[in-house]
Ligand binder design. Structure first.
Ligand code: STL
Length: 278
């Protein structure tokens, strides 16, 4: 299947790879920049809908938990109001959500597990899910911590470790060795979105989970990364102090539902995906 797709957040970490994957598969992709369309403006959304897309993929969000604590009107418009407004356009919608809707105490999480966010970011994403999850033309895809090709390694909570190692010029870099994460490659998520595209709003609705397969702490990610960027793994120092801002311990997302419907894209091994990113 191909057709017209509108990708919001198309310049971002996930959106850029989504634009690329759909374009390569022959879709006509519209991915307006902020200057081209202010997503907080309902008139701008109506203008985008007038192009009659067959599918909308909402990758637009502020997903840095620390930047979500101050709940400004602009932030809430992006993380909470936008998904509901996009759903109201009536076009099949795949909305990207997060493992941070969970508190991290009961992994692995199935798609029907109860939401229990620990921080403002998780609460915003949970509120957005609640607004759209019952609609038959909406599919929510939850993904965990992402990494992939980007302009600046600091754009991802994974590759920022590489930036920190390089900036430290051989000195020690403390890395969290408490929280369990499954770093997930944006190119895999983009391929998963492409696989879901024909089904979203056409029989497949509700919530699906996608995730990388390898559990690790930030410390272990750093150890894997160091040799790839010419750094000494001994620079990586495990940090086991609990975080000041609450963060879930282990939000592992079960991909059982996608496997059951026969649509699960096998994730690229972490080391191979990193080698294609750094
Ligand atoms: C999520 C889920 C998750 C981690 C994050 C977001 C982290 C995002 C982030 C990005 C860049 C940073 C810091 C944090 O510099 O498991 O939705």
């Amino acid at each position: 299947m191909s057709g017209r797709v509108l990708v919001t957040g198309g310049s971002g970490l996930l959106g850029s790879q989504t634009v690329r994957a759909f374009a390569e598969a022959g879709w006509a992709v519209t991915a307006p920049t902020h200057a081209e369309a202010d997503l907080a403006d309902p008139a701008a959304l109506a203008a985008l809908a007038a192009a009659r897309p067959d599918l909308i993929v909402n990758c637009a969000a502020q997903r840095r938990p620390d930047r979500c604590e101050a709940e400004t009107p602009a932030l809430l418009a992006l993380n909470v109001a936008l998904p509901a407004r996009l759903a109201r356009l009536g076009v099949p919608l795949i909305h990207i959500s997060t493992d941070y809707v969970f508190d991290g105490t009961a992994a692995p999480y199935e798609t029907d597990a109860r939401r229990r966010p620990l921080n403002a970011y998780g609460r915003q994403k949970a509120a957005a899910e609640e607004a759209v999850e019952a609609l038959p033309h909406v599919l929510i895809l939850r993904v965990p911590i992402l990494f992939g090709p980007c302009r600046d390694w600091r754009d991802s909570a994974v590759t920022v470790l590489a930036a920190n190692l390089v900036a430290a010029k051989g000195a020690a870099v403390r890395m969290d060795d408490l929280a369990i994460r499954r770093p997930t490659f944006t190119r895999d998520v983009a391929r998963q979105l492409l696989a879901l595209a024909p089904h979203a709003g056409r029989g497949l609705a509700g919530i699906c989970h996608y995730s990388g397969a390898e559990p690790m702490t930030k410390f272990l990610m750093g150890l894997t990364m160091a040799p790839l960027i010419g750094c000494d793994p001994a620079q990586c120092v495990p940090d086991r102090t609990p975080p000041a801002v609450p963060r879930p311990y282990d939000c592992t997302l079960s991909t059982r539902r996608l496997a059951q419907v026969g649509l699960l894209i096998p994730p690229t091994p972490f080391a191979a995906a990193l080698a294609g990113t750094l």
